[in-house]
Design a protein. Sequence first.
Length: 280
Amino acid sequence: MATSASTTPSAQALANLTGTILLVGAGKMGGAMLEGWLALGVEPRRVAVLEPQPTPEIAVLAGRGVTLNPAPAAVAAVVVAVKPQAAPEVLPSLRPYLGAATVVVSIMAGRTLEFLAQAFPRAALVRTMPNLPAAIGRGITVAMASAQVTPSQRALVHALLSAVGGVEWIDDEALMDAVVAVSGSGPAYVFLLAEAMAKAGTAAGLPAALAAKLARATVAGAGELLERSPLDAATLRQNVTSPGGTTAAALEVLMGENGFEPLLQRAISAAARRSRELAG
């Protein structure tokens, strides 16, 4: 029997939280995480937000008990959700919030553990890479912990990240560039697929609005089927492909020598290379 969200280990860990979670930056991703924490049972008084320009949504949450722009005091976790380019200015200002047991969690793309350690020497650090579907609780986040992170801190971070989707941990930070290329940038590839399908449908004679609706529904439905099915993607593809049929004719083009797979490999390689460049 499936476990309900309210009784998962992560939900229980957040519901039993005794320290304070400080969210630094409450934009789209940070705001999605905050909503996820509250939905999983975190008491609003256990959350504080540092945001110089809070959105109306954050102001409403402040009215429910979330602390807005708190005075410096040691917290259980600091979740840094600002833009990567803002990090050099923002990180030093967060030191007064760090205590001996504080874990710092970064969701800033391209900012390495070494970079974080320069701002927070000897602190427990976790570098993460979430992706856009976190905004609807369907994201996937990959995390990498520094040697200073304790098992209890790792469990807390896992619970915080689980509020917006699945969580995977890696032990080799060098893999993070490929993570960025596959899941971090990946939603854009899927959106491009829907966009290209719609354009191709229009070129085949469909009205533009209908082509766009069919493409959107097909990509969304196929994604949901892939999520729910115990079968892997290759098997699902084979199951829908009748020999000599229309799908087989299309796949002969897409799976050809210059087709979709080698093109996507080049795209992901380019994204990973750019991630390495941005990380310095």
